[in-house]
Design a protein around this ligand. Structure first.
Ligand code: PMP
Length: 417
């Protein structure tokens, strides 16, 4: 058996099932939002008494809040290997971070067609003066890299923007190679690390990645905070992401002098507790050791993939040569609608998974899954153990055995036996 690596809040929560039964809930939707680490919850509780205005107040508590917030910024920067010219901008989430970056990129962006919408739609924003060029992935990573290289060579681009780990298949590309590839064509590399950071970490200095975006709620901190970390020059030349108090040096009735980054993009009062939580989560993962995190997850992933394959269920995979995959596994149960499977797992067994198209419609379309026809996704992390995977597998066994008793009613999304 594999025990959870770190304690998280909410473990052991008892949830209602159909027929008035109850069960300990199994959270296998960690990729959507990970339960907070217990240490993060304790850290936030300890910081609450210092609750006062940041960057504005003269009082002692205000100075303390400001110091804690700025220390969190430093910790976040250090945790992702920020270089001397990198800036840490706190944002609401990955989506917000990539929208901020999209307004700062001085040229075309090249992306793959397998991105989460957060790393596709901001580049297509009507307010951008430059293009978003979408390259179709090939069935191997090596071929895919060649297609990206050909696209960058065909016409100059300012940025290559890739996902660090797929939110559908969990697969991880070779980011150092992609950084070299981008730089070889005078472009920069941005990584959507929403799914990568909780599992593998990111090291900007070691890999050469220029920008990284991520969310606190996927890395065992609560909702509401994320960050964009990367090269200062584009961020200082960009229009402010959130114009307002704190983002300026000087304002007259007719003119504004904007502050440099990160203040330039953080107008208004920031999510201080979120920033502290994010920093504590990253510190905890680093102290635990990312190698241990990887090992833990690999054991769970292997167990789940073997269990699914043993039941005739093939996990979705993009590349035959992906060097690594995180704890995200999506699949279709032959003969079953995915929405029905997910509803059954929750209502009958208290097993929480995700179903649908995972905000990655073009990627699901590559697997032949279109509107109204998604996949089931199970995802786990440091708070998961082999008992969680086993509960899912035995629930699937019962689904396959009970079968037709189940119908999924799409009116209101309820499910009835
Ligand atoms: N990118 C990827 C790969 C994701 O999995 C997600 C979350 N599903 C996002 C971006 C967006 O994250 P958020 O909703 O926190 O902005």
């Amino acid at each position: 058996t594999v025990a959870p690596l770190l304690p998280t809040v909410g473990a052991g929560w008892v949830v209602p099932l159909v027929g008035g039964r109850q069960a300990r809930s199994v959270h296998l939707d960690v990729a959507a939002s990970a339960p907070a680490l217990q240490r993060v919850a304790d850290h936030v509780a300890a910081a609450l008494p210092a609750y006062a205005s940041v960057h504005r107040g003269a009082g002692y508590l205000s100075q303390l809040s400001t110091a804690l917030y700025e220390r969190a910024r430093e910790t976040v920067g250090t945790s992702v290997g920020a270089r001397a010219d990198d800036v840490v901008v706190f944002t609401r989430n990955t989506t917000d971070a990539l929208n901020l970056l999209s307004s700062a990129v001085p040229g075309d962006v090249v992306v793959l067609d397998v991105e989460h919408h957060a790393n596709l739609l901001p580049w297509r924003s009507p307010s951008r003066a430059h293009g978003a060029r979408v390259v179709r992935v090939a069935s191997t990573l090596v071929e895919t890299e060649a297609l990206l290289a050909a696209e960058l060579a065909r016409s100059p681009a300012a940025l290559l923007a890739v996902t660090g780990a797929s939110n559908v298949t969990g697969e991880v590309p070779d980011l150092r190679r992609l950084a070299d590839l981008a730089h070889g064509h005078r472009a920069r590399l941005a990584v959507d690390a929403a799914q990568l950071l909780p599992h593998r970490g990111v090291d900007l200095a070691a890999t050469g990645i220029d920008y990284v975006a991520f969310s606190g709620h996927k890395v065992y901190a609560p909702y509401g905070v994320g960050a964009l970390v990367g090269r200062r020059d584009w961020l200082d030349a960009a229009e402010p992401h959130l114009a307002g108090g704190g983002a300026v040096r000087e304002v007259t009735t007719t003119s504004t002098t904007w502050a440099p980054s990160p203040e330039r993009h953080e107008g208004g009062t920031p999510a201080v507790l979120g920033a502290l939580a994010l920093a504590e989560a990253l510190r905890t993962l680093a102290e635990t050791g990312l190698d241990r995190v990887r090992e833990h997850e690999a054991a769970l992933r292997d167990r789940l993939v073997a269990g699914l394959e043993g039941r005739g269920i093939e996990p979705l995979r993009l590349w035959s040569d992906a060097p690594d995959a995180v704890g995200v596994v999506s699949f279709v149960v032959p003969g079953w609608r995915s929405a029905q499977v997910a509803a059954y797992l929750s209502a009958e067994h208290g097993v929480g998974v995700r179903d649908g198209r995972f905000c990655a419609h073009p990627l699901l379309a590559r697997f032949g899954l279109g509107r109204g026809d998604g996949a089931v996704r199970a995802s786990f992390g440091v708070g998961s153990g082999s008992a969680d995977v086993d509960r899912l597998l035995s629930a699937l066994d019962q689904l396959l055995a009970e079968g037709p008793r189940w119908t999924y009613a799409s009116d209101g999304g309820s499910c009835r036996p």
